[in-house]
Ligand binder design. Structure first.
Ligand SMILES: [Zn+2]
Length: 165
């Protein structure tokens, strides 16, 4: 049986609109945030067994009236065609996603937590080059390379031999 959680719905909606989970769960009121959020409310009601107060809690909204209002305005919008295509795409993706995650105590699904690790961390500074004695490929003498791509010594006699060769 298909098992879709509120957490998964939030993941898929956030990903569809390119929003972060902080934006999905946060207080921002811009349409670019409220419209996707209202889609999540609608889908949570339609596709999970969660009650309105539970959905409000998961989505960090004030109470069930926020969810009721959100679902109503979303339904009005899809009647007028706005967000309808987005809804179809999100529903297709929900159908494809295998049932795997459960909502943990933080309200973030396992998938959400995994997504948050996708954030690129700055690379640690490159390690300084520590020279180790190396055998010269031309004269077989040991020398201390100045950089890791140096394979032949700079000994004058060795250089002269190499030029002559
Ligand atoms: Zn050499």
């Amino acid at each position: 049986m298909e098992h879709i959680t509120v957490g998964k719905i939030v993941d898929v909606v956030a990903d569809h609109y390119g929003l972060t989970l902080a934006e999905m769960y946060g207080p921002g009121r811009a349409r670019s945030l409220s419209h996707p959020r209202q889609m999540a409310m609608y889908l949570a009601r339609k596709r999970t067994g969660a009650s309105l107060p539970q959905i409000a809690k998961y989505l960090r909204r004030a109470d069930h009236t926020t969810i009721m209002h959100g679902i109503k305005v979303f339904e009005d919008r899809i009647k007028h065609g706005t967000q309808k295509k987005d809804l179809q795409q999100v529903e297709e993706r929900l159908a494809q996603t295998p049932p795997m995650e459960t909502i943990n105590v933080t309200g973030y699904s396992a998938v959400s937590l995994k997504m948050s690790y996708k954030i690129k961390l700055p690379k640690p500074p490159a390690k300084p080059y520590v020279a180790k004695p190396r055998t010269c490929l031309a004269c077989q003498n040991e020398f201390l390379p100045r950089h890791k791509h140096q394979f032949m010594c700079l000994d004058k006699q060795c250089l002269r031999k190499r030029r002559a060769a």
